[in-house]
Design a binder for this molecule. Structure first.
Ligand SMILES: [Zn+2]
Length: 239
């Protein structure tokens, strides 16, 4: 038993030597329960000063083209900031545990805001299946999982599917963003919601809002605002 345990510890130590558990921002070694990011960088993240209400910039950015009830973003994203490092790591560096942990953080923020009483379910903005197969996960789904754990509301899978692959928002010029998203998503007609049900749409980042708008449009083709309220929460908002 002792030899087995020792072997396991040596194995863990060996893998840590090869793949050290380091902070995605500052590269310092992580300690204790730190997940993906060290406590110092976690505390220094550019947290949004706005709360989950209709004055949040992500709701204002969608005014006139959306019927969202409310919006929330955890981090204010600027190029080269801690937020951009964190976002890059959960998208491209397999930092899945970090994504779930940040989802829990969003969940705590939403729960503490007192707004969340009417939210009935959580929907992650889907990725195109081909893209998800290559990446192995959808970071929006991991964020949604973390939120779901904290606010004890179900994660609703299969409501939306991405039907068309588009260039990533960051790869396109700013003037092109917001285009070609009309039929990007399809909404499953087989869900039955009660009147006044309220869903929280979750994505990793909002740039112009075209992705969230396309998702909302797909849902609205099937479920009217009288029957289904929608709000959004993202990890970051690009200023
Ligand atoms: Zn750090």
């Amino acid at each position: 038993m002792f030899i087995k345990k020792l072997g396991k510890e040596i194995g863990t130590g060996f893998s840590e030597l090869l793949f050290p558990n380091i902070c995605v921002v500052c590269n310092d070694l992580l300690i204790g329960t730190e997940t993906g990011i060290c406590s110092i960088c976690y505390n220094n993240m550019p947290y949004s000063p706005w709360r989950f209400n209709d004055q949040n910039p992500i709701v204002k950015a969608l005014w006139g083209r959306s019927l969202l009830s409310a919006g929330f973003h955890l981090l204010s994203y600027r190029k080269g900031s801690i937020a951009s490092r964190v976002l890059h790591s959960i998208k491209y560096e397999n930092q899945q545990d970090l994504a779930v942990m940040l989802g829990r953080k969003i969940g705590f923020e939403l729960r503490n805001s007192g707004f969340l009483i009417p939210v009935d379910g959580i929907v992650a903005i889907p990725m195109h299946p081909k893209k998800q197969k290559i990446r192995g996960y959808n970071q929006a789904e991991l964020l949604a999982k973390g939120i779901s754990e904290v606010i004890s509301k179900p994660l609703i899978s299969g409501l939306l599917t991405q039907t068309r692959q588009t260039q990533t928002q960051t790869a396109k010029g700013r003037e092109d963003r917001g285009m070609n998203t009309g039929d990007k998503y399809q909404c499953n007609v087989n869900f039955s919601f009660n009147p006044l049900n309220h869903l929280l749409l979750v994505d990793d980042v909002m740039t112009t809002g075209s992705t969230l708008q396309a998702a909302e449009m797909a849902i609205r083709r099937v479920y009217s605002p009288e029957n289904l309220q929608l709000s959004i929460a993202t990890l970051a908002y690009v200023f």
